[in-house]
Design a protein around this ligand. Sequence first.
Ligand SMILES: N[C@@H](CCC(=O)N[C@@H](CS)C(=O)NCC(=O)O)C(=O)O
Length: 247
Amino acid sequence: MSERDDAPYELFYWPAIQGRGEFVRLVLEEAGVAYVDVARQPESEGGGVGVLREMLESELDQTPSFAPPMLRDGDLLVSQTANICLMLARRHGLVPDDEPSRLHANQLQLTIQDWLTEVHDTHHPISVADYYEEQREEARERASFFIEKRMPNFLEYVERVLDSMGGDWLLGHELSYVDLSMFQMIRGLEYAFPRAFDSYRHDVPGLITLIDRVRDRPRVAAYLESDRRIPFNERGIFRHYPELDAG
Ligand SMILES: N[C@@H](CCC(=O)N[C@@H](CS)C(=O)NCC(=O)O)C(=O)O
């Protein structure tokens, strides 16, 4: 990796949810690099959610961000989950050097981000400004379409990618940051839609093995056991509302 000092990266993300921040946290954890989850620090130490809001409104940044997560390394401030993950992966050996591999990794990562937006829209199909309870009927319709059509489409696609790459990982023979994001996606689906996911599990044996491999990475395993891992909850992107799961 290029010359950077050992100052910890600063992650700016909502403090009480995994959300999109979790995709970044997993890369930082697997890379074994120091970081501060700024909004989770006490206000007396410069943390708290207010810092996040101030950053989004700041006119000091040359490259303003529209929404969290953001990652700061000295003067460099980067947003968009896929962009942050790719930057970290390039720096810390979690993606191969060659251009075709990097483009393929980004292609998969952007597909995961699309998929995640569809998951989010199952409980907020109409408006992010309104509560789930205010769009419950539409959420039922959206979730049912997601479960019946989109979840199997995405899952089958990933199984096909694994088959075509012919290795243990999504990019073939080495773990990459995309495997970490896929792990998060599958854990999230298992949490939000346990019955639906169970009905597809046996169709994607390669994917299930991949997720177990990621789970067993020593740094990932240690992270999952730590209090840095925020439990899934009904304020995040993956929410478990039994009425939205398969019947
Ligand atoms: N495409 C962006 C989406 C970012 C995003 O939607 N962030 C959410 C939290 S997960 C947020 O706080 N959005 C505020 C907003 O959209 O105004 C990414 O992948 O980072």
